[in-house]
Design a protein around this ligand. Structure first.
Ligand SMILES: *Cc1c(COP(=O)(O)O)cnc(C)c1O
Length: 378
């Protein structure tokens, strides 16, 4: 039945071919000046990223996870603090508060956009206040799969409770909400340059955005061992959290094609929407927003239907993936910290969600091949 080569889930080689010459020049420049740590490309990247999302400050760091950690460290978050975050996200979102001794408090998500539910956030803050054991301190809202969370509603709930708001935008840099690129929707925004993210490096990397000069200065200090204004003055406990110059050089080349990459992802999403929308549950678009389409996830009726579809796709040479098979409150590492609140949507999504390939080098013909294979197996 399958007479065509399997499709890749992501095609970083094809993307590389589209920017081969500028990429080579960028890398060669670094090899010539040899400033491998905090070289000029790092500052250039930070100012271009800040301009891209109209943020006042950008501080590049060693990964998306480290961006989240530095942001919480700057607020002094630690033991006794409750950090609210969605139960349906990548593990790093919950790992970071735990590393700092704080307690993650899991919040359920919207069944069709998959984004954290502001009404349930309010309920979970009330749970923590009633129990009286933890101080509500911070919200890590996640922009899941490329779409923005409902930041206006989240900010309203968070500000009533006096929470610091951190946008985990690891998957969604390039998306916009109300005509504005993500990067300024919360008190601080963390992004990731993991190679498979919409703006990926060739290794680990990340960045923080904030409108606060004070926070930006803290982030710069924390990413370099808590250093002060002179090199060997140590003001606070920090970390080795810098972005490599070579990764900044790669990202500068990628930034030149980023907008066209985003448009190409949107074209694939539209083909999927149009051809699959009346046979399976397609992702609901967040209102007044654009998506970076890190992931295009559909919902099947149940786990058995998902298993059947995944097997059928595989036989047709179409890769698929499950983000995420287990909600965080069910993970062995985190279950003990969970207060037992019901999180039915996160559990339901984990049982029947499936991601289809989406990337800027997926041709229209390939997108239709994906759709043919889905329609033949649902
Ligand atoms: C990828 C990701 C992270 C972590 O980013 P790294 O750069 O891999 O450390 C954090 N949160 C979410 C939601 C992610 O998808």
């Amino acid at each position: 039945m399958n007479d065509q080569a399997p499709l890749p889930f992501l095609d970083l080689a094809a993307q590389q071919a589209r920017m081969a010459e500028p990429l080579r020049k960028r890398i060669e420049t670094v090899l010539r000046h040899c400033q491998f740590i905090l070289g000029p490309e790092v500052a250039e990247l930070e100012s271009r990223l800040a301009a891209f999302c109209s943020a006042s400050h950008c501080v590049s760091v060693s990964s998306g996870t480290d961006a989240l950690q530095i942001a919480l460290m700057a607020e002094g978050i630690g033991p006794g603090d409750a950090v609210f975050l969605p139960a349906f996200t990548y593990t790093a979102t919950a790992e970071v508060p735990l590393l700092l001794g704080a307690t993650p408090v899991f919040v359920d998500v919207d069944p069709r956009t998959f984004q954290i539910d502001p009404a349930h956030l309010a309920a979970r803050i009330a749970d923590v206040q009633r129990a009286g054991r933890l101080r509500p301190r911070a919200l890590i809202g996640v922009d899941l799969f490329g779409q923005p969370a409902d930041w206006p509603a989240l900010q309203a709930v968070a500000s009533r409770a006096g929470l610091f708001t951190l946008d985990d935008c690891a998957q969604s840099f390039g998306a916009s909400l109300a005509g504005r690129r993500l990067g300024t929707a919360a008190d601080a925004t963390a992004i990731s340059f993991f190679p498979s993210k919409p703006l990926g490096a060739y290794g680990d990397g990340g960045a923080l955005f904030t409108q606060s000069a004070e926070r930006a200065a803290l982030y710069r200090s924390l990413r370099t061992h808590g250093e002060g204004t002179t090199r060997y003055e140590v003001l606070r406990t920090g970390m080795n959290g810098r972005l490599d110059t070579l990764q900044a050089a790669v990202l500068l080349a990628k930034l030149d094609i980023f907008e066209s990459d985003l448009a190409a992802r949107e074209r694939v999403a539209r083909i999927y929407d149009a051809r699959l929308g009346n046979r399976v549950a397609i992702p609901r678009r967040v209102a007044d927003a654009t998506s970076a389409w890190a992931i295009y996830a559909i919902l099947l009726p149940d786990t058995a239907a998902r298993d059947r579809l995944q097997a059928g796709l595989k036989a047709a040479g179409v890769p698929s993936a499950i983000y995420y098979p287990t909600p965080l409150h069910r993970q062995p590492a985190y279950a003990a910290t969970h207060d037992g609140a019901a999180l039915p949507v996160a559990e339901d999504l984990a049982s029947r969600i499936l991601a289809l390939p989406i990337h800027p080098d997926l041709s229209q013909a390939q997108a239709h091949r994906v759709c043919d294979a889905v329609l033949a197996n649902v």
